[in-house]
Design a protein around this ligand. Structure first.
Ligand code: RTP
Ligand code: MG
Length: 142
């Protein structure tokens, strides 16, 4: 299987509860290598742009409010089959439906405040990585 990169966000609810270290440790324990990282506080325009695919949906305004409510930690994770394996690791959008042992089941507060984001396919991974990182900020190892 090919080495892939995916975009992960540790979302405001998890940052506010000081869960960054515990969540990053879960990524590494599951074989994901952190090849880029930054912390930032999204503006409204940045949050709207990142989640543009959801514009017009009932939850969009609440999602933007939530994503701008506190800082986030954005990372690029590398692994064979990173995109699919990361979605499996975080679990379903709604923590009540997320499988036991997934990050959302363990940490998320609600369907909106669900602690982590992950790219949902190769084209979104490419777009989302470029949304936050210049190529020079990504540091793959051998
Ligand atoms: P994400 O993009 O953040 O990784 O989450 P996802 O693919 O599992 O879910 P998606 O459908 O892309 O929704 C994006 C984020 O919007 C919030 N949401 N709230 N209250 C609601 O009905 C609702 N639905 C979605 C969540 O924060 C979700 O992760
Ligand atoms: Mg999504």
């Amino acid at each position: 299987m090919a080495l892939e990169q995916t975009l992960s966000i540790i979302k405001p609810d998890a940052v506010k509860r000081d869960l960054i270290g515990r969540i990053l440790a879960r990524f590494e324990a599951e074989g994901f290598r952190i090849v880029a990282a930054k912390m930032l506080h999204l503006s409204e325009a940045q949050a709207q742009g990142f989640y543009a695919e959801h514009e017009g949906k009932a939850f969009f305004a609440g999602l933007v409010d939530y994503m701008t409510s506190a800082p986030i930690m954005v990372t690029v994770l590398e692994k064979e089959n990173a995109i699919g394996d990361y979605r499996t690791l975080i679990g379903a959008t709604n923590p009540e439906e997320a499988a036991p042992g997934t990050i959302r089941r363990d940490f998320a507060l609600s369907k909106t405040q669900n602690s982590v984001h992950g790219s949902d396919g190769p084209s979104s991974a490419e777009r989302e990585i470029a949304y936050f990182f210049a190529e020079s900020e990504i540091c793959p190892r051998d």
